[in-house]
Design a protein around this ligand. Structure first.
Ligand code: NDP
Length: 274
């Protein structure tokens, strides 16, 4: 019997995870099946209980259940706890173990795939929602000079910066501002707002970008987002969130199976199908 995994969400038809994990399994010789699981909006916990009863070994979690997944986990990784959101569940020894691999996926995509070290760099993080929360600890672990969180609602960015202050190597390494206070050029600018979903450009000034800037939009699609176009127009190297998606999946697969899959072929195949 193959070990069973799935991705839980609502809606779920759009999820690319079922196109990713079987490729990882084939490459690493792991005997798994991976399915989509549509959970009722008010039925996440019941769905997870049923999966456990049916012998599933783990699951990915996507919109809108990442916060609830953190709440129902009987044990949380440090990065899952700090993110307050979980995208990876492991069902083992009667426990529901929650982790968040989104931030690690983004770091791998930036550091390994884009070849850009984050050590000593100035990072501008646009947005303070679920995706932003998940990336701050993995960013801090890379030893950046500064992480500046800019958000439309400044108070949300301030709360996030305060939460991560204890994990900073020095005072002021993580700070919070409103969009109208963004000043100076950054080495890395990450668009973790949901503005791209509506085809909007977050109000980031052109002066944030230069030829040495890497601009990453966490959204992905066939066409560059307005943020990517704007950053490229002002000299930045740009990438979208498809690499992050594949790398977070690789991190989850590694947690489940204890073997790390290659990601290049999957990334190329998904890019071709966008
Ligand atoms: P949330 O809804 O949790 O947060 C949205 C954030 O965007 C908030 O900070 C909000 O500000 C801000 N925002 C919304 N609209 C605008 C706007 N028009 N201008 C400026 N700021 C805006 O979303 P998520 O964090 O879950 O997702 C953010 C993005 O990340 C999405 O594009 C999503 O697709 C992507 N993502 C990609 C992943 C990947 O693997 N590539 C994984 C997870 C997410 P405020 O606080 O003021 O409301």
């Amino acid at each position: 019997m193959s070990d069973k995994y799935c991705v839980i969400g609502n809606p779920i038809a759009h999820s690319k995870s079922p196109e990713i994990h079987p490729v990882f399994a084939a490459e690493t010789g792991q005997d798994i099946v991976y399915e989509r699981c549509l959970a009722p909006v008010d039925g996440f916990l019941d769905t997870v209980r049923q999966l456990v009863a049916d012998g599933y070994r783990g699951a990915n979690v996507t919109v809108p259940f990442k916060l609830e997944a953190a709440a129902i986990a009987t044990r949380l990784s440090e990065r899952g706890r700090l993110a307050g959101a979980v995208n990876t569940l492991v069902f083992e020894n009667g426990e529901i173990v929650g982790d968040n691999t989104d931030g690690a996926g983004l770091v791998t995509d930036i550091v390994r795939n884009a070849g850009v070290s984050l050590a000593g760099k100035r990072i501008l993080l646009l947005g303070a929602g679920g995706a932003a929360r998940g990336v701050i600890l993995p960013f801090l672990e890379q030893g950046p000079a500064a992480i500046v969180i800019a958000n439309r609602t400044r108070a949300t960015a301030e709360a996030l910066a305060a939460q991560f202050a204890a994990h900073a190597a020095q005072a002021g390494q993580v700070s919070a501002i409103g969009f109208d206070e963004i000043a100076g050029r950054f080495d890395v600018v990450v668009n973790a707002t949901s503005a791209s979903l509506a085809g909007d450009l977050p109000p980031v000034p052109a002066s944030s970008f230069g030829p040495d800037t890497l601009a990453v939009d966490l959204m992905y699609g066939k066409e560059p987002t307005p943020f990517m176009e704007f950053a490229a127009l002002h000299g930045a190297q740009v990438r979208d969130g498809l690499g992050m998606l594949v790398e977070q999946a690789a991190e989850a697969f590694t947690i489940w199976r204890g073997v790390r899959p290659g990601t290049t072929a999957v990334l190329v195949a998904l890019r071709d199908k966008l």
